[in-house]
Design a protein around this ligand. Structure first.
Ligand SMILES: CC(C)(COP(=O)(O)OP(=O)(O)OC[C@H]1O[C@@H](n2cnc3c(N)ncnc32)[C@H](O)[C@@H]1OP(=O)(O)O)[C@@H](O)C(=O)NCCC(=O)NCCS
Length: 247
């Protein structure tokens, strides 16, 4: 996997200023295993055991280990001591009393790509989608997108479809709903090659102005997006090259 040039390789976790979003990205198919350690809690291990598809189980174990190892470095505590709690619909949150403003995190997998977003700016969601996947994009758009979005997918094609999907899913993950809320409840407008612009959110999400979304270029043929409930100053795309402290 060739990552976009904008991803900065680091061996020290950079300071995370109030409005910044850090997105960590890794290719899990690479020869050396990443992350190197399995640092799951006993509940997480049991959760992994219940996952019947081996690919899903491995993605979960490596994604959750990466989340723990990365968050441990922000909080300066061992990965095994990071308290990851799941909200009612599955959004992972970090319980670390005294951390103000709190860290918000989100995890996404697509094929071998893993993305982990970390910020103090507000609830965050990240999504990555492999554009090379074969999908009946018009059938999906007509079923799950708004009429205006479907029309854009029809005229703009496959990259518009995946860009819209990633932006919508990032919003629903930031809000903690995942796909329990219809994708059409969050509407974007997309023109040409410009990034999708948020147009409408359900009343429970506040107003459009409460949210920030950004496209995420991870690798060729991968669409991606982040969404934050709040304003942000910058997004830093990072790849970890240092050692991990697991205990
Ligand atoms: C969240 C969801 C959109 C993820 O979709 P996906 O495209 O298959 O997977 P992604 O790789 O993009 O994201 C998966 C990650 O999202 C996170 N996630 C799961 N549920 C989430 C939610 N409600 N909100 C935010 N993030 C969520 C998890 O960290 C998960 O990774 P992990 O299990 O390996 O830690 C989808 O799983 C979903 O909506 N699930 C609904 C949950 C549900 O119905 N729960 C029933 C209880 S009400």
């Amino acid at each position: 996997m060739t990552f976009d040039d904008s991803w900065r390789a680091v061996s020290v976790v950079p300071p995370l200023a109030a409005g910044e979003v850090h997105v960590w990205c890794e290719d899990l198919s690479a020869a050396s295993p990443w992350p190197p350690a399995d640092v799951l809690s006993s509940e997480e291990r049991a959760q992994a055991t219940r996952m019947l598809a081996p690919g899903r189980r491995e993605a979960f174990v490596r994604g959750r280990s990466a989340l723990r190892l990365l968050v441990g470095m922000y909080l300066d505590i061992p990965a095994a001591r990071v308290a990851v709690r799941l909200l009612e619909k599955g959004k992972p949150v970090i319980d670390h009393p005294g951390e103000a403003p709190p860290l918000s995190v989100s995890v996404a997998h697509s094929g071998s790509v893993l993305a982990v977003a970390v910020t103090r700016a507000g609830d965050v969601g990240v999504d990555v989608e492999n554009e090379a996947r074969t999908v009946d994009r018009m059938a999906i758009a007509r079923r799950f997108f708004t009429e205006a979005e479907s029309a854009s997918v029809e005229s703009l094609g496959v990259s518009a479809f995946f860009a819209l999907w990633a932006h919508k899913e990032a919003m629903l993950k930031a809000a903690g709903d995942g796909l329990t809320v219809p994708l059409s409840e969050v509407e974007f407008r997309i023109d040409g090659r410009a990034a999708p612009k948020l147009r409408r959110v359900p009343p429970s999400y506040g107003t459009v102005g409460d949210w920030t979304t950004r496209p995420l270029a991870t690798a060729p043929s991968m669409a991606g997006a982040i969404a934050v409930r709040g304003g942000i100053s910058s997004v830093h795309c990072l790849r970890w090259t240092g050692a991990f402290v697991s205990s």
